[in-house]
Design a protein around this ligand. Structure first.
Ligand code: SAH
Length: 247
């Protein structure tokens, strides 16, 4: 049986690869994925065959990987962050019944919520929701309902795909929904751009300031719950020890 490893490579350079991901990449004969991600890891494994395709060719890339594995080679399909979080692991597993000779192994990676959270401090120290603002595959109505529900539950929110050229203004719309649901304009928020890559930048700011930011698709956004604080410039959502232990 040939193996198709579906590998989350973390947010950026090789220092974010887990040991398991490194092992899967070195076992594979072929590395495939979106060009940018293959280019990030290929130099670590010189001499391996690579297959890359542009952003919009997801289905084609998945089929190519499954066909290549079926024809007798071990393949690593690389995704940024974690392959199961807005990545290709799901689609590959959905297609897998058509390729019975291929064993799929999903290898966990560090998703942007976690790597970006670490840059800002500890924004996800209590219950949180992850919502993508991309309406390419999800109707905006659904996204809006989820934002409202997260606001009502006083979850800390981590937003993926906050904005792009075609979707300018989505982050503002999301902030307006949260404000409408009663989240304070002073809520502590943050964003991190190019996590683990050249040009990494981050900022801790209020929800009303976040509303005015022009961010791009290489950014992950964090919106605090009512308990989130700024401590020495870091974003912290307390777990509650300070109350229990009474300091
Ligand atoms: N599978 C990826 C997510 C893909 S969706 C993961 O688990 O991280 C793409 C979105 O993820 C981007 O729009 C951005 O919001 C976020 N993201 C992924 N990598 C990032 C990085 N290096 N820096 C900042 N945001 C990132």
């Amino acid at each position: 049986m040939n193996t198709l490893f579906v590998v989350g490579i973390g947010p950026g350079g090789p220092e974010f690869l887990t040991g398991e991901a490194r092992e899967a990449l070195s076992r594979a004969q072929v590395l495939c994925g979106y060009t940018v991600y293959v280019d990030l890891v290929a130099p670590l494994f010189p001499g391996k065959e690579t297959y890359t395709s542009p952003m919009t060719k997801e289905l084609e890339r998945c089929r190519w990987a499954l066909e290549t594995a079926q024809s007798g080679r071990d393949v690593a399909f690389v995704c940024s962050g974690d392959a199961g979080v807005y990545g290709m692991a799901g689609l590959l597993l959905q297609l897998a019944p058509q390729f019975p000779a291929v064993e799929i192994r999903v290898v966990a990676g560090v998703t942007a919520a976690l790597s970006g959270g670490a840059v800002l401090g500890a924004p996800l120290g209590h219950d949180f929701c992850v919502i993508s603002l991309s309406d390419l595959l999800t109707p905006w109505k659904v996204i809006e309902t989820r934002l409202r529900c997260a606001a009502r539950g006083d979850f800390c929110l981590c937003l993926y795909n906050p904005s792009s050229r075609k979707r300018a203004g989505y982050l503002q719309k999301a902030c307006d929904i949260l404000l409408e649901e009663g989240r304070s304009p002073q809520t502590v928020c943050g964003w991190v751009k190019n996590i683990g890559r050249e040009g990494q930048e981050s900022r801790v700011l209020s929800l009303s300031d976040l509303r005015a930011e022009q961010l791009d698709m290489f950014t992950t956004v964090f919106i605090g719950s009512s308990t989130t604080q700024e401590v020495n410039g870091r974003m912290v959502t307390p777990r509650g020890y300070e109350q229990k232990c009474g300091w």
